[in-house]
Design a protein around this ligand. Structure first.
Ligand SMILES: [Zn+2]
Length: 164
């Protein structure tokens, strides 16, 4: 790991480590090309998404102000894209996730397996229930019986809590 990417203040699960690492590699390349150093001020989870606070340092300017501003924009876009990608990665295990789990007003950036384990450990509930379909065939259903959990598909859904 290059020292120019400062890893202090990471407050997320290990599952997002690769996303942060990939971003770091790009910043190392940018530093080689431009002399611009990117320093992470804080990396945390916010609303089930990565939130990366960064700063640029230009100790040995290799370019004019206008070009530097363009590179700052590129750096910000790379940060934004990494934050966006975290919506599809489990914060705990790094596997792909397709949705955000919500419990009351809390959002969890976890895949089904990690969310199930979390709920079992924290609340002592098993989220897998057996249901019989019309053919009398048994199948396993994910989700709690009391409706305490819901899924959030988009940011707009955050205010609606699904416990009716
Ligand atoms: Zn997971």
């Amino acid at each position: 790991m290059n020292q120019s990417c400062m890893y202090f203040g990471i407050e997320t699960g290990d599952g997002w480590y690769n996303l942060i690492d990939e971003l770091c590699e790009k910043f190392i390349t940018i530093e080689k090309l431009t002399g611009i150093q990117v320093v992470f001020r804080q990396i945390k989870e916010k609303n089930a998404e990565l939130a990366i606070h960064h700063e640029e340092h230009c100790p040995k300017p290799l370019m004019g102000e206008e070009d530097a501003r363009c590179w700052f924009d590129i750096i910000s876009e790379l940060v934004d894209y990494t934050e966006y990608k975290s919506n599809y990665v489990c914060e705990e295990c790094g596997e792909r996730r397709n949705k955000t789990h919500a419990r009351g007003s809390w959002l969890y950036a976890l895949c089904n397996i990690c969310y199930k384990a979390f709920v079992k450990e924290r609340f002592g509930e098993d989220l897998i229930t057996e249901e019989e379909d019309s053919d009398g065939e048994k199948r396993q259903v994910f989700g709690s019986k009391d409706g305490a959990d819901s899924e959030v598909q988009s940011k707009e859904d955050e205010t609606q809590e699904g416990s009716s």
